[in-house]
Design a protein around this ligand. Sequence first.
Ligand code: COA
Length: 220
Amino acid sequence: MVQPWHGRSAIASVGLNRNNSAPTRCNVERLVDELLSVGYSRAFTAALRPQEAQPFLNAGFRALEDLAVLRHGLCLPLATPTATHRRARRKDHLGVLTLDNRAFGDFWRLDSVSLKEALQATTTARFRVSTQGDAIVGYAVCGQSAGIGYLQRLGVAPESFGHGIGSALVMDALKWCKRRGASHALVNTQLTNLRALRLYRHLGFLEEKERLHVLEWTPE
Ligand SMILES: CC(C)(COP(=O)(O)OP(=O)(O)OC[C@H]1O[C@@H](n2cnc3c(N)ncnc32)[C@H](O)[C@@H]1OP(=O)(O)O)[C@@H](O)C(=O)NCCC(=O)NCCS
């Protein structure tokens, strides 16, 4: 699956259809020809498992970022942080995207398309926002598919870091996953995102052995 990355016509976002068998080096080389013929000068993959990443690496993609995968066994309750939140409404989307663009570095920012994808990535989803007055200061998207909970997205306004907003949103997501009967919940984040890793570990997530890999391609 290839589409423009963040709406930029020269950069491709390459996803995997996990209903199909894993791609081979040959498939990826064909993909590279396609990228060149359509005029892409750069491409990023979705987060790939090691065995999925290998054919891309063999075909000339390079490692861009490694992600830790963390798992929570949903043994709750933990003390619930006090920051409050509510259901996100459609009219909140712009405020969420503005916050997201301030909370995340360029590569990881959402746009309206990727926000929609995050909301539709799982069978059921929960989208919450924390507000101060009219301003959105935090948001979380979580979901559940096939009995597994996924924390898809979490962001807090930089000036509000360290006040428990992120913890409250994660705890809400974990409780929702548990109520929905999930066996466990998963989240992934860059190995360099120490603040998020600390938060997740603090709330009882444990790191899995397997990591995910985001790869990059540019023509030689
Ligand atoms: C990662 C992120 C979501 C954390 O949000 P946050 O609201 O700052 O998180 P919290 O305030 O709940 O927790 C952060 C620290 O503040 C402390 N804290 C919590 N409540 C507090 C309060 N009322 N007063 C002071 N400190 C507090 C927590 O103990 C925690 O420290 P610890 O991890 O050493 O225990 C936020 O930094 C962020 O949006 N980062 C950029 C986007 C990102 O990386 N998202 C996650 C990617 S998967």
